[in-house]
Design a protein around this ligand. Structure first.
Ligand SMILES: NC(=O)c1ccc[n+]([C@@H]2O[C@H](COP(=O)([O-])OP(=O)(O)OC[C@H]3O[C@@H](n4cnc5c(N)ncnc54)[C@H](OP(=O)(O)O)[C@@H]3O)[C@@H](O)[C@H]2O)c1
Length: 280
């Protein structure tokens, strides 16, 4: 496959590894369509792919990567430990299945949800540290961890996660938790950056996009990047995949950045980690 060489900056994680700041998300990409959609994303120029055991589409991601003919080491693949596998042995077996699906290596492996109402998050983090030392898992991190969950890991004397993947978009900026992550040296990954499509049709974002001469999607994704977060929008359309990559030849002013942040109204696109209780 011949693909464009898109310039993507990297962010250095607290374990010394560098992650591409922009990638491609696969939540709600149906398993049967995943190989085709991810192949289109690779063709568009994406090399950072975000999947999860919960999405049921890791095999499709792995097949698209293998079919691309591009060396596996040119990709950054993130996947996530499912809620049903927090216990040590189950975590190891789930990791082995993910490794098999994703070409034998996981670049970044996250605890998908803390489920702190059931478990001590320190126990699942110990299981993550174990798979990182024993299996082909390079970096480990968390997702949807609250400040209290992060504090619990530190209090238990465990390692600091490399990233916390949390909801962040113009309607739910999540700035307090973002700041708490930065303070602990944890990189922030912003999920549902486009609020799962709710940003489209927003009159203020439409006006700003017109002012900048870009699309609403590009303005919002650029806002996420300029805040220093890592981001991986999802799209099923090759044209929109390309649109979402074209973010490195313009900048938002401080005033424009502030006008996007001012859209915050506390509306989440996804579940609140303090009450999300799905265990399949
Ligand atoms: N850790 C977690 O708990 C968690 C939770 C949610 C998401 N995530 C991760 O974050 C990724 C991104 O979040 P998300 O998938 O929820 O939503 P999102 O990226 O915020 O939004 C995706 C939606 O926006 C549309 N879209 C994308 N680009 C567009 C464009 N340029 N113009 C118009 N519409 C556009 C897509 O439609 P089309 O497909 O039709 O283009 C889709 O409906 C996920 O895929 C997943 O990897 C993680």
């Amino acid at each position: 496959m011949s693909t464009p060489q898109t310039y993507i900056p990297t962010i250095e994680l607290n374990d010394g590894r560098s992650i591409p700041q922009l990638g491609f998300g696969t939540f709600q990409v149906p398993p049967a369509d995943t190989e085709k959609v991810v192949s289109d994303a690779i063709e568009a120029g994406y090399r950072h792919l975000d999947t999860a055991q919960m999405y049921g589409n890791e095999e499709g991601v792995g097949r698209a990567v293998a079919a691309s003919g591009i060396p596996r080491e040119e990709f950054w693949i993130t996947t996530k430990l499912n809620n049903t596998f927090h216990e040590r042995t189950a975590a190891r077996e789930a990791t082995e299945r993910s490794l098999e699906a994703l070409g034998g290596r996981i670049d970044l492996y996250l605890v998908h949800w803390p489920l702190a109402m059931h478990d001590d998050v320190a126990r699942v983090w110990e299981a993550m540290e174990e798979v990182r030392s024993d299996l082909a898992v390079d970096s480990i991190g968390v997702s949807n961890f609250t400040e209290a969950n992060l504090a619990r890991l530190a209090e238990a004397g465990l390692s600091t996660p490399t990233v916390n993947q949390i909801e962040s978009n113009p309607y739910f900026v999540n700035d307090e938790l973002r700041a708490a992550c930065v303070e602990r040296g944890i990189a922030v990954e912003a999920w549902s950056p486009l609020a799962q499509g709710s940003v489209f049709g927003d009159p203020q974002l439409t006006a700003l996009a017109e002012q900048v001469g870009r699309t609403v999607s590009q303005v919002v994704l650029r806002w996420v990047l300029q805040r220093g977060d890592i981001v991986f929008p999802k799209s099923s359309s090759p044209a929109r995949m390309q649109e979402n990559l074209a973010l490195f030849d313009f900048e938002l002013t401080d005033e424009q950045m502030a006008s996007v942040s001012a859209l915050h109204n506390g509306t989440r696109s996804g579940p609140d980690p303090d009450v999300f209780d799905w265990r399949g």
